[in-house]
Design a protein around this ligand. Sequence first.
Ligand SMILES: N[C@@H](CCC(=O)N[C@@H](CS)C(=O)NCC(=O)O)C(=O)O
Length: 260
Amino acid sequence: MSAATATIAPAAFLSRSSSLLASTAAVRLRSSRRCFRVLPVRASSPSEPPFEVCVKASITVPNRLGDCPFSQRVLLTLEEKRLSYDMKLVDLGNKPEWFLQISPEGKVPVIKLDEKWIADSDIITKSLEEKYPVPSLETPPEKASAGSKIFSTFIGFLKSKDPNDGTEQALLDELTSFNEYLKDNGPFVNGDSISAADLSLGPKLYHMEIALGHYKNWSVPESLAYVRNYMKSIFSMDSFVKTRALPEDVIAGWRPKVIG
Ligand SMILES: N[C@@H](CCC(=O)N[C@@H](CS)C(=O)NCC(=O)O)C(=O)O
């Protein structure tokens, strides 16, 4: 692998256990003749190098994070745990050889942990939780599946060309049951504090809002106030704003499924 090299100029160094949000700094990343990227990074302990994490690149704007909800989930976890990282933006439409060597399935996200490249956001976030338990983002197992069918039902509705095939109702059913869950247990999946389940669900709901708004002129009904507030709270978190995709990338990313 001809790894990209990063020149980091952090504005401040803060310990990984700091409870303060560290300031961001510009990172200039030179990679051998492939591309040039300027990436945000959070400063951490000078003794701890930033994590290298491969994420999807934007397809609408050069050198920008793209529209992968699984990549955002990992970035959110790093942000919430105050861990610094360097993003390597991967053009999934033209995967470089170095990327295929570290991710044979050709999927992002991939992160380097203890000198090993690890794929899959489930595995990555679990590994980060084990290695960096503070602050804890653990969701109790009995709560972890709340809202977990929303993403697949959203995709079903998005792809549907028949308004009477029940796919919209299937999504509404899932959202209604999540609304009830939040009413009794919220405002987040694990009550008052953000946990891993929210960091997984948040990016998916963001995709749902943008894609269904654009392709179907659809939005979460006002009657589902707990879900709407949940989305508003998560989408306005600093970590979410910093790691979210551009709406135009989300729209472009789902187009093949809609046309399909
Ligand atoms: N289960 C995986 C899913 C990862 C995934 O599907 N990533 C997509 C981008 S969002 C990808 O890399 N697709 C490969 C491609 O488009 O060629 C995870 O949770 O990390």
